[in-house]
Design a protein around this ligand. Sequence first.
Ligand SMILES: *[C@@H]1O[C@H](CO)[C@@H](O)[C@H](O)[C@H]1NC(C)=O
Length: 102
Amino acid sequence: MMFLLILFTSAFLFPSSNALDFCVGDLGAPQDPAGYSCKKAEAVTVKDFVFSGLSVAGNTSNVMKAAVTPAFSTQFPGINGLGVSLARLDLADSYPQPTKFT
Ligand SMILES: *[C@@H]1O[C@H](CO)[C@@H](O)[C@H](O)[C@H]1NC(C)=O
């Protein structure tokens, strides 16, 4: 099975002068285009900065023969507001067409 780790980033392209040290997303609060609002510092835990879902292969038993495992701020609150998100893309050996990522 082919496995690709895709890193999306806009943090380096669009540096923000008002960036905070960290802004762990409060998943209970509504999300706006800039992300979730920040959790109170007292409520932040180590778990907010750990995401182990990318080590688990996605289920490619579907029509697309592919699976995407997102690590966006909804799954990984520690990256909220950083302009960074990750995703794991699994393609089955029988994936219909080799895809070139550039
Ligand atoms: C993967 O998805 C298929 C179809 O939904 C399901 O039958 C199968 O049990 C799933 N496999 C795993 C390992 O979850």
